[in-house]
Design a protein around this ligand. Structure first.
Ligand code: SAH
Length: 473
């Protein structure tokens, strides 16, 4: 982070503004709204700014800037077009450790003003460290659209009853759930929008008196996190992640997806690198039950889809046995994520009429598969966990009816920014990879659809499915 975002209380604190033009007026407006005791120093001043200062009983020091103006100031904002004067003021303020902002000169600032979405008392501040004001404006517009104008009323309403609710519900967990269920009610929003505070108040009191003293009930969400790109996570997954108090995740869950969890949620890494079982499957199953029994909402985040080579079935079996409520949220499985991002359609009318997902996990040193079943004409084979057995897979498929020149793709770290796709044939792939480092996780796709990658390789350039037809060059 280049800057630490903070919210500064300026009420009644002396702040100096240098400049009397339009830019100074904008800053004056902002500082006065924040309650600052403003002094504006400028030999001349626009009439609008003069009116504003009168309205707020603020002080105009009608003179040129001198260093004495800084005496006793908590903050300085400079809005003059005179570059050398701005430099002088910035240096003097920094020498005295007074936070200083010079409009449109980030190099002279010790702090910057963010763009603001104002739903007072809710404030959203957005900054890009000066890199892209355009993108900041876009984000601001998106957030503006997301927060209804009346949102501030909702926040104030919650603030007014905070103490009463805290006394009625001393358990923080139960309190959080109370607020969630109250604030999620569309009726409450409407009541506040129409200014019917009494009705909103009644809704709150009703819900509060219906709270029993039973401990909060826990539940488990088994969530598919997709293959890596956070854009591939479902809305439902994001919503539940925002509710979860605890998140259990393993190696396949990308850090960007983990960032979608609530900031204060406890995160538990349960490992599962090949040969590195931080927690055994049994222990994970029991931990889920145990946490839910403590009244927690537990998200079990699994790479891809929880029911495709995810052992999701085993985890919910124990939950069901113990009568722990649960939900399962599907995710984009590695096969479809990697295939799409690599430009390999898994089925195609001219090439493959079916697709098989196969585990290539080694049992006693070799993939334990019924090879004779895998010679289907016009079928795409996708091997999960197949890297260790890649040579065996290539050999055995050839020994059981596949031609040596059958196309095969290896997709490493699919859908992430590190995705790499290697295309070869069953005959040549083992040799091609012999002296090359391969980065897990990887998926193997076998079948003539792989050859279409050539035509569709435009996908690779952006890392994501882009526009059709491929852009020249
Ligand atoms: N439930 C997961 C699969 C878990 S098994 C799913 O539906 O995708 C783990 C295997 O998935 C890995 O060994 C690898 O073969 C595959 N895999 C998962 N994520 C992948 C990715 N981003 N790129 C390539 N392969 C991936």
């Amino acid at each position: 982070m280049d800057y630490l975002p903070l919210f500064v209380r300026l009420t009644e604190l002396p702040v100096l503004l240098v400049g009397g033009g339009r830019m100074a007026q904008r800053k004056a407006n902002l500082l006065l709204r924040a309650g600052a005791r403003l002094t504006v120093v400028a030999p001349e001043m626009d009439t609008e700014l003069q009116t504003l200062l009168k309205e707020y009983n603020s002080h105009w020091l009608q003179q040129s800037y001198t260093d004495d103006c800084l005496d006793g100031m908590h903050m300085v904002v400079v809005a003059t077009p005179d570059r050398s004067l701005n430099q002088t003021i910035s240096a003097a303020a920094q020498l005295r450790r007074i936070p200083v902002n010079v409009v449109d000169s980030p190099e002279l600032c010790s702090f910057v003003f963010p763009a603001i979405v104002d739903r007072n008392p809710l404030l959203v501040a957005i900054g890009s460290g000066g890199n892209s004001p355009l993108l900041v404006r876009r984000v601001k517009t998106q957030i503006e659209a997301l927060l209804p104008a009346s949102f501030g009323r909702l926040v104030k309403f919650a603030g007014r009853f905070r103490k009463q609710v805290a006394e009625a519900l001393p358990d923080p967990e139960r309190r959080r759930r109370f607020w969630e269920s109250l604030l999620d009610r569309p009726a409450l929003q409407q009541q506040l929008e129409s200014g019917d505070e009494n009705a909103a108040n009644r809704s709150l009191q009703q819900l509060l008196s219906s709270q029993d003293s039973e401990p909060a009930r826990g539940e488990v969400y088994l969530i598919g996190a997709g293959p890596g790109d956070p854009d591939l996570v479902t809305f439902k997954a994001v919503r539940l992640l925002q509710h979860a108090d605890v998140v259990l995740y393993d190696r396949l869950v990308s850090p960007q997806v983990l960032d979608l969890c609530r900031g204060d949620a406890e995160r538990i890494y349960v490992g599962k690198r090949r040969n590195e079982h931080t927690l055994g499957q049994q222990q994970i199953n029991h931990l889920l039950v145990q946490l839910a029994r403590q009244g927690k909402r537990v998200a079990r985040l699994k790479g891809g889809d929880p029911f495709i080579f995810g052992r999701g079935g085993e985890e919910i079996e124990l939950l069901a046995e113990n009568r722990v409520p649960f939900q399962v949220v599907p995710g984009v499985t590695a096969a479809s994520g990697c295939a799409c991002y690599a430009g390999i359609p898994l089925t195609h009318r001219d090439h493959a009429r079916s697709v098989r997902f196969i585990t290539g996990q080694l049992q006693d040193g070799s993939p334990d598969l019924a090879w004779e079943d895998l010679q289907g004409e016009q079928e795409t084979l996708v091997f999960y966990m197949g890297l260790q057995g890649l040579n065996t897979i290539c050999e055995q498929l050839q020994a059981h009816g596949h031609a040596g020149d059958t196309p095969i793709a290896l997709v490493e770290q699919g859908t992430t920014s590190h995705q790499r796709t290697t295309i070869s044939t069953l005959r040549e792939m083992p040799e091609l990879l012999r002296n090359r480092e391969v980065y897990a996780p990887t998926i193997i796709i076998v079948g003539s659809v792989v050859a279409l990658h050539e035509q569709l390789s435009w996908v690779e350039e952006t890392g994501k499915p882009g526009r059709w037809p491929p852009q020249p060059g």
